[in-house]
Design a protein around this ligand. Sequence first.
Ligand SMILES: Nc1nc2c(ncn2[C@@H]2O[C@H](COP(=O)(O)OP(=O)(O)OP(=O)(O)O)[C@@H](O)[C@H]2O)c(=O)[nH]1
Ligand SMILES: [Mg+2]
Ligand SMILES: [Zn+2]
Length: 274
Amino acid sequence: MQGKIIKIISNNFTVLADKEYICGARGKFRNLKITPLVGDEVTFDEKKKIILQISSRKNSLIRPPIANIDQALIVVSVKEPNLDLYLLDKLLCLIEFNNIKPIICFTKLDLLDDLKEIKKIEDYYRKIGYEVYENKDESIKKIFKNKITVFAGQSGAGKSTLLNILDNSLNLQTNDISKALGRGKHTTRHVSLLPILGGWCADTPGFSSLNLNEMSHSDIKDNFVEFNLYRDKCAYKDCMHDKEDDCEIKRRLGKDILESRYENYIKFLRKEKI
Ligand SMILES: Nc1nc2c(ncn2[C@@H]2O[C@H](COP(=O)(O)OP(=O)(O)OP(=O)(O)O)[C@@H](O)[C@H]2O)c(=O)[nH]1
Ligand SMILES: [Mg+2]
Ligand SMILES: [Zn+2]
């Protein structure tokens, strides 16, 4: 039978096919140094309850350990914690680099007195090709169908709150409660995929293990997607848009290129402590 691993607790793999089967894994996987991951499409023996084969993966992450991720929802609060475009640009760059589709969701706009600045920022990220939502938008519900979604974003940004709004049967803990219990006490020992709106999402925030050190300067440049639109007009074919003169990206700064994007790009090139 074919199925998808949706939960792993030590050596028990929950495989979803027509129903859930709790399976073991063949010893050969250990010998091959392959660990079946949540998100894996597998062939299994439903009588012996054993996973026989893992289909080749589209991608995989180390932390959280998940395979075949379709998209990452980056949750960004505009206040409490304050808007952090540095983190947003870093996550966009890393997620693009890992060939996962990033989607942006801003939260806590109700805490702002003036929405002008944030609307300008939303428009910018939309203009350069990203899907941008606010957590109150009904339209965000449509993005989950048939997809595996991983959440990213700072602690307190409102990831669990958003999930609870999207599907109130999930009943995830939000910050206030976990604070009361004392933070850091919950070491999540397992990863699972939760069903959400016709798709799946991981209950652990992702991408904390990724960092820009694995990316070369030109990887960083290539994953600032809007630079690719204009770079043909830079004087040098391999322009890094940094110290070069006659650079189209720098000419468009403050007009077509958001200043904070460019500043963050330069910081990433310098590999400032992230
Ligand atoms: N005013 C306001 N508060 C919000 C909004 N979204 C979330 N919150 C609050 O922000 C706090 C943190 O939300 P969580 O959903 O726990 O944040 P999280 O991103 O899951 O945090 P971690 O699990 O620590 O990574 C909670 O007290 C929420 O009630 C919002 O849109 N507006
Ligand atoms: Mg949470
Ligand atoms: Zn340039």
